[in-house]
Design a protein around this ligand. Structure first.
Ligand code: AMP
Ligand code: ZN
Length: 466
């Protein structure tokens, strides 16, 4: 597979360190607010990457953190802790805020069919490990204590800016709004590994450490969680493009200083979702979440479809008109698919032919819009059997995850769904009483295709939406 690597600024062949086993890390959400659909674009990008790798025969172990401490209102270590700020505003504890928004995040994650990574870990669950890293960085002269905090000394590295085109002078105070002067730093690019209570006396989340009671900086959590759960070598690590600097730049600095070797080979970055006022961002006020879209009557998967129609490295403009257009196209697509009858013989040759085309699109730096074109071509092609078409579409949907075989009009409205399924169950019972088991099974399978699972029990047949 070919993938754009931010580190080399080129499209490269993806070669994992351990043959077919991929170690993948995704920077997770900061859970002080609902995630907006821009954040979710980034997670859809990661989901497509993971599922494409699996489709191509790689096995993937993926890890994601949950930031529940240490991310300040500026990414460059100034301002207030985002969690604490939200806790004060909502009159709750930071932990209550974190639990509430983590739950909301995963609900939205599932609504857009993102697979939960094998390993999900909260920043606050790994403090000892960060302290172990910080201690080694201090021992080896990569870090220093100043004004109560522990800082990483960026001047100790030959190529601190390896991931980005940033130059030190761009970081000069005042050149960027978000950078505040911190006189404790030796170099303006230095960043905090550990804050202590001496600077933030009223901080709610504090841990004992050899440097004073305090809390970790934002960047150390991803280094710590990645190394703790995935080991000393990482194949691919990603986030949104705003994570390139300073977050990922700092992660590389501290990880490689700690490990003493190159840490991660490929860096994967998703471009932003924009709205009419620019980059969609949590701090701008009302958050447009996936759940909100659902409440407004949109199928959350039409948002996923909208993202797949564009390339992950291109900025994407959001408007309700564009979403509506995508929703209509997805409905039409699904209606065409539901009209394909499962007849004719399965042809391995036809399957391989289209499957190879599909593979070549995802191998081409995850070109999902071209992959969708292959799907349209399959649907249009009258020379291949319905059976082969259905197999191909089911197979492609392992990556797209658009529920191409679920009929939303059947499962959207609960009362309609209820009577629809109950009628089907009654019909099936009639067939069973006539000992026509093949017709009964056909009904069960039809419902299953629509995401409704029948469960036979002594009390009768129940159903479950899957
Ligand atoms: P946060 O919860 O703020 O830490 O952000 C979670 C992820 O969403 C990060 O990887 C960001 O890079 C990404 N992100 C933030 N804003 C956007 C946006 N407007 N479009 C796409 N990704 C975004
Ligand atoms: Zn991170």
């Amino acid at each position: 597979m070919k993938i754009y690597n931010t580190l080399s600024r080129t499209i490269e062949e993806f070669v994992p360190i351990d043959g077919k086993n991929v170690k993948m890390y995704t920077c997770g959400p900061t859970v002080y607010s609902y995630a907006h659909i821009g954040n979710m674009r980034n997670y859809i990008g990661h989901d497509i990457l993971e599922k494409s790798l699996r489709y191509l025969g790689f096995s993937v172990t993926r890890c994601m953190n949950i930031t529940d401490v240490g991310h300040l209102t500026s990414d460059s270590d100034s301002g207030e802790d985002k969690m604490e700020k939200a806790a004060k505003k909502e009159h709750k504890t930071s932990m209550e805020i974190a639990d509430f928004y983590t739950k909301a995040f995963f609900e939205d994650f599932k609504l857009i069919n993102c697979k939960v990574p094998e390993i999900v870990s909260k920043a606050t669950d790994n403090i000892d490990f960060y302290l172990k890293i910080i201690s080694k960085l201090l021992d080896e002269g990569y870090a220093y204590q100043s004004g109560g905090n522990v800082y990483f000394d960026t001047s100790k590295l030959n190529d601190y800016y390896c991931l980005t085109n940033h130059r030190e002078d761009e970081m000069v105070v005042g050149a960027r709004d978000s950078v505040e002067e911190d006189n404790n730093k030796k170099n303006q690019a230095d960043f905090v590994l550990w804050f202590t209570s001496s600077k933030f006396a009223n901080h709610e989340l504090l841990w004992d450490s050899p440097y004073g009671r305090g809390y970790p900086g934002w960047h150390i959590e991803c280094t710590g969680i990645s190394i703790k759960y995935l080991g000393d070598y990482l194949d691919i690590h990603g986030g949104g493009v705003d994570n390139i600097f300073p977050h990922h730049t700092n992660e590389i600095a501290q990880s490689e200083a700690y490990l003493g070797h190159k840490w991660c080979n490929y860096w994967f970055h998703n471009e932003h979702l924009l709205d009419s006022s620019g980059k969609m961002s949590k701090s701008k006020g009302a958050v447009l979440s996936v759940s909100k879209l659902k409440e407004m009557g949109y199928n959350p998967l039409s948002y996923r479809f909208m993202c797949l129609n564009s390339h992950y490295r291109k900025q994407l403009m959001f408007s309700y008109d564009i979403l509506k257009q995508n929703s209509d196209i997805l409905d039409k697509l699904k209606s065409k698919i539901s009209n394909i009858s499962n007849d004719g013989n399965f042809s391995k040759e036809d399957f391989d032919n289209y499957n190879n085309k599909f593979i070549s699109t995802i191998e081409d730096d995850l070109n999902t819009s071209n992959a969708l074109t292959v799907l349209y071509d399959v649907i249009k092609d009258n020379s291949i059997s319905g059976n082969t078409k259905i197999s191909l579409i089911k197979s492609f949907d392992k990556v797209f995850s658009l529920d191409l075989f679920k009929n939303d009009s059947d499962i959207n409205i609960s009362s309609e769904l209820e009577s629809y399924v109950l009628n089907k169950i009654e019909e099936r019972n009639k067939f069973k009483s006539l000992k026509d088991y093949s017709s009964a099974d056909k009904i069960r399978d039809e419902l299953l295709e629509k995401g409704i699972k029948l469960i036979d029990s002594r009390e009768g047949t129940k159903y479950e939406i899957i």
